[in-house]
Design a protein around this ligand. Sequence first.
Ligand SMILES: Cc1ncc(C[n+]2csc(CCOP(=O)(O)OP(=O)(O)O)c2C)c(N)n1
Ligand SMILES: CC(=O)[C@@H](O)[C@H](O)COP(=O)(O)O
Ligand SMILES: [Mg+2]
Length: 615
Amino acid sequence: MNYIEYIRSLDYEDLEKFAGKIRNYIIEVVSKNGGHLASNLGVVELTLALYRVFDPYRDYIIWDTSHQTYTHKLLTGRWELFPTIRKFGGLSGYTNIFETKYDRFGAGHVGTAIAAALGIEKALKLNGENSNVLVVIGDGALTSGESLEALNQIKTLNSKIKIIINNNSMSISKNVGALSHFLEKMRTSKIYLDAKKTMKSRLSKGVEKELKKLRDALKVSLTGEDFFESLGLKHFGPLNGHNLKELEDEFKRIKDYEYPSVITVNTVKGKGFEISELDPEMYHSAAKFDISSGTFVKESGIISYSEAFGKTLAKVAEKDEKIVAITAAMKKGTGLFEFAKKFPERFFDLGITEQMCVTFAGGLATLGLKPIFAVYSTFLQRGFDQIIHDIALQKLPVIFAIDRAGVVGEDGPTHHGVFDIAYMRMIPNVKIYAPKNIQDLMGTLYTLLNKELSGPVAIRYPRDYEFGKFEELYDKIKMIDLDKWEILNFGKEVAIVATGYPTMGALNVAKKNNWTLVFARSIKPVDEEVIEWVFENHRVVFSVEEGVKAGGFGEELLNFGKVEILAIEDEFVTHGTRKQLLKLLKLDENGIEERIKEVFERRSIYEDANRIWRT
Ligand SMILES: Cc1ncc(C[n+]2csc(CCOP(=O)(O)OP(=O)(O)O)c2C)c(N)n1
Ligand SMILES: CC(=O)[C@@H](O)[C@H](O)COP(=O)(O)O
Ligand SMILES: [Mg+2]
């Protein structure tokens, strides 16, 4: 069925009913699979109106971040497959050019759409093609550096793109920063909206030009100088993002507009499902939930790495006023909730500005504060230059709490945190630690916060959890000799040197097979005494890490002897549960054992043959 033709055939009453049907379908599927519920519920009408006026099969509609593209997916040929979304082998939770070419540009990270759209528009022009190029971007994503860089070039590039701002005043948490205040004023200015309505109804067609002038002046007087117009874009709206007719009328009006334009659309994040409307932050990236109560389906008695990190930080910070925490719009995900509540003056949510967060932390560190930037591994990729140029070069004692290190699960390849060992390890002056479990993460953090640091430090930990209670774990917390590797099992022939999350699985394998297991909490520096002992006393040495092989921990060990590296090969990892992916990568217990036995057998056959040949 061609849903684009179908939605165009409906009158507004039926279209509204269809919007309801889409909402129910999204709620039903997300309740089973998890996903970006609130963001998607907010853009149902926006997507319908947009696709009645513009053509997703002909025009180029680029969705920023693309976590809000479920309606787009449903309308562009994926209705039946939708229940597979985010599941292993199923649809991606984001736009993906390998899924369909009507996902015009893949994303997952914030702020890429305007730049991509400008490139696409230029390419179309150079190819002699003529299609509309549009961007749909959230108010949160709009504030990221890359969006602002691209906005700044629109006029110079003679672009005609149309940018639709989905203005719901939310990033994941409340949106922050001056631009968000500007949008918020636009959104809530009842006077503006009312005045606009009155003017429209009172003035005749002939004075429309005057009306527009008046409207612009009014906009400026209420919100300050119009940010977008000062960049050379025409600014329309704000529109009611849940009024299909209002949206459609305005989209039609600007369809053939010859200038670059911005249309602000006010939406309610979580719209149409009371539970998510009331708490859009909780249902931004929702786990599976019970539809009637909204309760998340999760095991009881568990604690996540993020939670343990955040609670430990908040506790230690009670006694140390120098500790300050930074997030790039990820307060909830990184577990900084408690810290933010307890120490608002020492907590900084700088919006989606990973680069800035790194340098900001550097500034804090120069004057003796103890900054800790809690950030997902995949998003810290944005701050790579800043880590080198602003932090490491100057040996500034900034702690990078790298959450979601390793495979993250259902978010897939845009979000897996598999590159941080490689991108941090290559930088001089940086120390990197990878705890083996939650107790160890707490001890590592506690130690780092209680000692004098000589330069930047990273701790990496996964999107995972364990059974346990924070208070009990905190009672057992102790200072750790961080750079000392620990031999957790003494065995024969084979030695496994493991770092981070896979260590505990590897330990079971080692015990079962009477092999040596060394836990390398410190990826950098290497404990040279222990690694030399390992090579002197074992026939085959394996390294295990949850990260890419190229530039990873195993490669560091190659400087000391021959190592069989168990890590992620040179490929992007798909989406699925963390368990499924670790199995796929052979980094779970069975996989580690299987690979070691395979290599060990191969090596033994080779060595035996060699011996026979020599005698
Ligand atoms: C570079 C980067 N940093 C952080 C994130 C995490 N993140 C995903 S969506 C989002 C909020 C986006 O807000 P907005 O664009 O307003 O979309 P909404 O969900 O409100 O519709 C954030 C911070 C990301 N995807 N990419
Ligand atoms: C779209 C995005 O980048 C975030 O919403 C991300 O999906 C959150 O991931 P967690 O669920 O791991 O916090
Ligand atoms: Mg938003």
